[in-house]
Design a protein around this ligand. Structure first.
Ligand code: FES
Ligand code: FES
Length: 236
């Protein structure tokens, strides 16, 4: 048994030594800027690739869209998200950037009447479209005009604490009530063939589950949305 072990150890040692020698030869060749093909006598040196950092050119595109009733025409980096267009180019900072990854809902706006996460949507995708942000829900409020019914309900039911998620919650709630009124089912709808599934609390919470509130104002948010729903204040 000992002899077999000695023999196996010798084979392993030779294999390891051969591997190390081969690795050292390749490493020395690479360090010296000589191609691996140099190992073969009479072979022309293989030129090493020149590695130089390359920065792709910035591609800009024109985009025109209507935001809160006003026509806007801009030229933006093609990679600009709708959220960055709103916040950085139009200075509409009501829509919040919470995660920038579609996970929190703080950036929710209404695009052609439907709720979307503005951080997941490229601005140029909204060419010719209509976008409504929290600033556009009650355009006369600053001059003493009425709030949007959903804004008024959030105030009445104390549906916020720090307020960071609130613009997204309100825009999302409006879009959600439209979806529900149009008969769109949710993950918890028992009968998806039912044309008008009732807005139970489970339905409401599921449909709003894309909007995170780190202050956990959920009970009051649910109460505010239910109030608006029960009074039929959101047209489909
Ligand atoms: S910032 Fe868009 S989902 Fe969080
Ligand atoms: S009110 Fe603070 S995160 Fe919702």
């Amino acid at each position: 048994m000992t002899g077999q072990h000695d023999q196996a150890d010798a084979v392993t040692a030779v294999s390891r030594r051969t591997l190390l020698q081969a690795g050292a030869a390749v490493g020395a060749g690479l360090a010296g800027g000589i191609g691996i093909a140099d190992a073969a006598p009479g072979t022309a040196p293989m030129p090493m690739p020149q590695l130089s950092p390359s920065v792709p050119p910035v591609v800009t595109l024109p985009v025109s869209l209507t935001v809160n009733g006003q026509r806007q025409a801009l030229v933006v980096d093609a990679r600009t998200t709708l959220l960055d267009l709103l916040r950085e180019h139009l200075h509409l900072t009501g829509s919040k950037k919470g995660c920038d990854h579609g996970q929190c809902g703080a950036c929710t706006v209404l695009a052609d009447g439907q709720r979307i996460n503005a951080c997941l949507s490229l601005a140029v995708m909204h060419e010719g479209g209509e976008v409504t942000t929290i600033e556009g829900l009650a355009p006369d409020a600053a001059a003493g005009g009425p709030l949007h019914p959903m804004q008024a309900a959030f105030l009445e039911h104390d549906g916020y604490q720090c307020g960071y998620c609130t613009p997204g919650q309100i825009c999302s709630a409006i879009g959600m009530l439209r979806e529900q009124a149009q008969g769109q089912p949710s993950w918890v709808t028992a009968d998806v063939a039912e044309p008008h599934p009732a807005l139970t609390d489970a339905e409401l919470r599921e449909r709003m589950s894309g909007n995170i509130c780190r202050c956990s104002a959920y009970p009051n948010i649910v109460a505010a949305i239910r109030d608006v729903h029960d009074q039929g204040k959101i047209p489909a």
